[in-house]
Structure formats: C-alpha cells, structure tokens
Design a protein around this ligand. Structure first.
Ligand SMILES: *Cc1c(COP(=O)(O)O)cnc(C)c1O
Length: 377
C-alpha cells in the first residue's frame, strides 16, 4: 500500500548537489504559510499581498541596480496597471512564477514593441531552455549563436546575427550549466547600436552578482529587462521569480484588460498567483539583503574554489568556477555509482558533472561527497 500524503516527507537537501532550489529562509517559510490563500493577481482585493509585492519589486530593483538607474524613485509596483495614474508610481516589475515566466514575458514584451513581422530573438547557445519555450509559444524565431571557448556569449557572433528582424538580444548572467556571466556591457553596446532591447537572464546568478564585481544589471545602459529568481539563491519559497524593466512601457506592452477583477488591467502571464511566493520573497529580502546575501556569496564562492581544487587534486579536469557552480569530468560509472549512493548530481550538455553550491550545500556535505568520490575512483 502507498503511504498517505501525510506520511510522506519531502526529500532532504543533504545530498542535493544538482538543484538551483534550496531550503527557504525560516522567515520566508513563515511568511509563505501566512499568505497561502492570498492572490497577488487580484491586488485590489488582496491589498496586503499587493503591498508586499511592491516591497519585493523594490528590493529586486535595488539588487539589479534599477533603483539607482531610475533615481531610486518609483521602482516599486505590481503587475496591474490600475494604480498607475498620471502621478502614480511607475511599475517596474512583478513577481512571476519563476525564470521561465520572466523570460517568456521579456520575449513577449520585446515582440510587442518590435517593428517587424518576423521577430527574431538572438541568444547565446548557453541561454536557458525556457527561451525555446518562449519562442515556441510566442511564434518568434530563436537564433542561437556560439559561445566562446569559455562558455560566454561571443560578441562578434551576436553582432553577426543581428539584422532588421532582431527584436531582442539575450545575455546570460550566471548560466545554468557553468555559471558563466556574458559580457553584458559589450552586448548592451551592440544592442543599443542596433536599436534592440537587451534582456539579462540572471535567474540563478542575480543574488550573487551584486557582490562579484561583474557589470550585469541596470547600471549598464541598454539593459532593458532582467530576470532574477527569489526562489533560487534568494531563498524564497517556490514559486517566486522576478521580472524587472527599466521602462514601464516594457510592462505596459504586456498589459491586458481584466473585466471582472477590481483592477482594470494585468501584465502577468498567469492569473491567480502565489501569495506564498510573493510574501516569502519579501521576507527573505528583508532578512538577507544585502548582508545575508553577501555572506552567502562569499561562503559559496569559497566552497566552490575549495571543491574545485580538491577535484583537481584527484586528477579530474575542472571548469574554473566563475560563480559558485563547479563542472568537472567524472567517469560515467562513478557518476552513476554516486547517484546510487543518493547524491543528486546532474550533467552539462557536454557531459561534465555539475555541483551547484546552493545555501544548503556545506563544507561537511561536500567532504562526504569527496569521500565517496575517493571510494569509487
Ligand atoms: C533556473 C533558470 C531559469 C528558469 O527558471 P525557473 O524558475 O526554473 O522557471 C532560467 N534561466 C536561468 C539562467 C536559470 O538558471
């Protein structure tokens, strides 16, 4: 007989090395439970969660450099257009269901604003598979271009791919496979010259990048929209993603009329949204921005360097980590045997094993992983 739902327990994070999700912050967990039944998709009815969404967007605006770029004013706001009167706050973003929705919406907004019948999205081949979904549901062409030998967008290749149908250029800031950060300023220059918006996908990397010294967010002229996921390194509960836009027109392009709600329009892709996600993202940012996220960046980066050295010492080829994600060669038999011992490990497209140093990954868990590697090699 199957155990009942009440008897089942979610998997422990102890041996999870492959995931970009993690244990929510305790304050995020409590906030999620309190707001389980609130719907930020209907902000005039659920006003408290709507206010919390504004707080979350304001925090994400600071983290992505948007607050500074637009003068610190009016970066809050949620996905309905109703409170945006002539003197209302500009809405610069909303809490999505995750990086996939954010990326679909960034592509959709660019398509709506593009002056072509055959819009093309130009993205490096390292771009997340959600852009393939976006292209498919939106009927746009996705033109992927090669990366350089280090897994970053090749600026010349992107330049060569731009033509009159280009509607959007995508940069990845923290790639899913290698944690690579594309040269955002150079891509932004290209995009500006071509008159095309630049979207930065920092779904995973966004909570590390403010501390890493990269130029990646709205401090770079030409960056039009940014994806950043509180439910990954931000330590919110699932689902909580973020879409930020420099220009409110980017969100206006997404708005549709909503006849039966108390508010008049809605820019989100989903209708009913998770109050738990929104409230937990607000609580996590409140608890962790900036010092907690900085400490986590430093802890995780140190661990990534350490485990990379340890793996090299064992004669394995390791891809130099840029953000706290380590890819390395591992014989298939060892990979499978580690999975059998309960390690949740995944592979890159090229076949390397990948360890994502998320908040639940500790020096102790990595040491025990290395013990098993030694045992098996
Ligand atoms: C995780 C990720 C996504 C997709 O986000 P979901 O929250 O899983 O929908 C998109 N882009 C990048 C770079 C990611 O790491």
């Amino acid at each position: 007989m199957q155990p009942s739902v009440a008897e089942r327990r979610p998997q422990s994070f102890d041996r999870v090395l492959s995931s970009m999700c993690t244990e929510p912050h305790p304050a995020a967990r409590r906030a999620a439970e309190r707001f389980l039944a609130a719907n930020p998709g209907d902000p005039a009815t659920y006003e408290t969660i709507a206010a919390l969404e504004e707080d979350t967007v304001a925090a994400l605006a600071e983290i992505t450099g948007l607050a500074d770029a637009v003068g610190g004013e009016g970066a809050g706001g949620h996905a309905d257009g109703a409170d945006r009167g002539d003197d209302g706050p500009a809405a610069h973003g909303y809490v999505t269901s995750g990086g996939t929705e954010s990326n679909i919406q960034a592509v959709r907004s660019a398509r709506e604003r593009a002056d072509t019948d055959d819009p093309v999205v130009v993205a490096p081949e390292s771009a997340h598979f959600s852009f393939h979904k976006a292209a498919s549901v939106l009927g746009v062409d996705l033109r992927t271009v090669t990366t350089d030998g280090d897994g970053r967008a090749d600026v010349d290749a992107v330049a060569a791919a731009l033509d009159d149908d280009a509607a959007l250029v995508v940069a990845v800031a923290g790639s899913t496979e290698y944690g690579r950060v594309d040269p955002v300023p150079a891509l932004a220059d290209l995009a500006v010259d071509a008159g095309v918006p630049l979207h930065v996908d920092a779904a995973w990397g966004g909570f590390h990048l403010p501390f890493s010294g990269h130029e990646w967010g709205f401090e770079v002229d030409g960056v039009d929209t940014v994806t950043i996921d509180p439910h990954k390194v931000g330590r919110a509960a699932v689902p909580a993603g973020g879409l930020l836009a420099r220009d409110p027109a980017a969100l206006d392009a997404l708005a549709v009329d909503t006849p039966y709600l108390e508010t008049a329009s809605q820019a989100s892709l989903t209708g009913t949204r998770s109050g738990a996600g929104v409230a937990s993202a607000a609580a996590a940012a409140d608890a962790l921005w900036p010092d907690g996220y900085r400490a986590e960046y430093e802890r995780a980066s140190g661990l990534a360097e350490w485990v990379a050295d340890e793996l090299r010492d064992r004669g394995l080829r390791v891809v130099d980590p840029e953000l706290p994600l380590v890819a390395f060669d591992l014989p298939s038999a060892t990979f499978e045997a580690l999975r059998e011992r309960g390690w949740r490990l995944s592979r890159t497209g090229a076949g390397e094993a990948r360890v994502v140093v998320m908040p639940h990954v500790t020096r102790a868990s990595l040491s025990s992983f290395l013990d098993d590697v030694d045992d098996l090699l």
